[in-house]
Design a protein around this ligand. Structure first.
Ligand SMILES: [Zn+2]
Ligand SMILES: [Zn+2]
Length: 425
């Protein structure tokens, strides 16, 4: 008998800041090292781990809540970082932007990001990599292009970490599937562990109809969207359903999109996505922005998804005051963000002026709902223990009961940050 440790350094009873170490004392495989943001929008780092205790860092995908703190591990040390090539390219852009916006708070610099990228081992789904006594393999996670689940074989036990996961096929990525995968321990995300998303097709149909309605009556539509993933999916959907519409995209979406289309192997419908990005127009400067908002029947997909910055802030000021226009949110809206405030109060700031444009939110989640998560967990054979992370307190408390039906209550863990689960294997 030996012991396996699962150390939760971040993502314990919170959505985001994913950071989980698995292995033995002094020898871990580190899965993600992300950040969260507090109410004042200051980055919150995961707990410390000695880089010399880490055999390899695996980054599942390029969202900041999974990669944001990773360069910190390279300020004084060298260790292998493992990711798909598209995740590496996207991470570089995302972390540089993060340093630009929040560098003041961060204990690392661009040079540390360079060291990380110099120490990166590119891999792809299904390839086995060996680090000390560990075997590591990535599996498609269906969340965004290049996103991965991670299977770590410690020699004594197999641990499967989902990262952020989605089981539904979208135009952008193919859904995750774990059939035939064997693991003893499952570390699973639970962002939407207590809810079921409406069928994607229904959301898409309603969204497209609502967009059409507005442009037909001469209004403009602003679609604030995450620059990585959601915006490309929305553009592909609009191109398929409304190819004649005047659609623009603006902000970080431009550079992210060019990276994504250079990796066709990670796109479910590469042709459609590439066509949408080339036929629809990228906005390059403020002059173009001014001209677009003066016209009628325009659709603008722009970062940031929660209206926390980016050109979306310019567009919203210009469009909010006209009831013919619409603002359609398609991304997750974190509490305290302008997007969430707008949904809850109809204003951009607490006590601010009421928005006259139509405001709606559409459920285009890139995270599996409860049904999808349970389906994944059931697909794993030989499962003995489940560790639930990346889930808020209330959601997680409900979801853990469902997980308990699979392996028994005593075998489901919903740890806090800093907790170490020690499992006999
Ligand atoms: Zn996440
Ligand atoms: Zn994510």
């Amino acid at each position: 008998m030996s012991r396996l440790e699962v150390k939760v350094l971040g993502g314990g009873r919170e959505v985001g800041r994913a950071a989980v170490a698995v292995g033995r004392p002094g020898s871990y495989v580190l899965l993600d090292y992300g950040v969260n943001f507090n109410e004042r929008d200051e980055p919150q780092l995961p707990m410390h781990i000695r880089p010399t205790d880490v055999e390899a860092l695996i980054l599942t995908h390029a969202h900041l809540d999974h990669i944001g703190a990773a360069p910190l591990l390279f300020t004084t040390s060298r260790l292998p970082a493992v990711m798909t090539p598209v995740t590496a390219e996207l991470s570089e852009v995302m972390i540089k932007d993060f340093l630009k916006l929040s560098g003041y708070y961060l204990p690392f610099e661009e040079v540390d990001l360079s060291v990380m990228l110099d120490n990166t081992i590119y891999t792809d789904y299904g390839r086995k990599l060996y680090f000390n006594s560990y075997v590591v393999e990535l599996i498609n996670a269906g969340h965004i292009p290049g996103s991965s689940m991670v299977l770590v074989d410690t020699g004594d036990a197999r641990v499967l970490y989902t990262g952020d996961v989605n089981t539904v096929d979208t135009r952008l990525v193919k859904g995750a599937d774990l059939s035939g995968v064997k693991a003893d321990v499952l570390v699973i995300e639970g962002t939407y562990g207590n809810s079921i998303h409406p069928p994607r097709g229904e959301t898409e149909k309603e969204f497209v109809e609502r967009v059409e309605e507005v442009i037909r009556s001469g209004g403009n539509v602003l679609i604030p969207a995450f620059s990585l993933g959601r915006s490309q999916e929305i553009l592909a959907l609009l191109y398929e359903k409304l190819p004649e519409a005047d659609v623009y995209y603006d902000g970080m979406i431009r550079v992210i999109s060019s990276i994504i289309v250079s990796h066709p192997e990670h796109l479910n419908r590469y042709g459609l996505v590439a066509k949408a990005l080339s036929e629809f127009k990228a906005v390059r400067n403020s002059g173009e922005r001014r001209r677009i908002v003066k016209r009628e029947g325009q659709v603008i997909v722009s970062s940031a998804g929660m209206l926390k910055g980016g050109p979306a802030q310019y567009y919203i000021k210009k469009l909010a005051n006209n009831p013919k226009n619409a603002i359609y949110l398609v991304s997750y809206q974190a509490p305290g963000t302008p997007g969430r405030t707008m949904l809850e109060t109809g204003t951009l700031t607490q006590g601010g002026e009421l928005i006259k444009a139509r405001v709606m939110w559409f459920d285009f989640s890139s995270h599996a709902g409860m049904d999808g998560l349970l389906k994944l967990a059931r697909q794993v054979t030989g499962l003995k223990k489940i560790v639930l992370i990346h889930s808020g307190e209330d959601v997680g408390m409900e979801f853990r009961k469902r997980l308990a039906e699979l392996v028994g209550n005593e075998n489901v863990f919903f740890p806090l940050n800093g907790e170490t689960i020690s499992i006999e294997v």
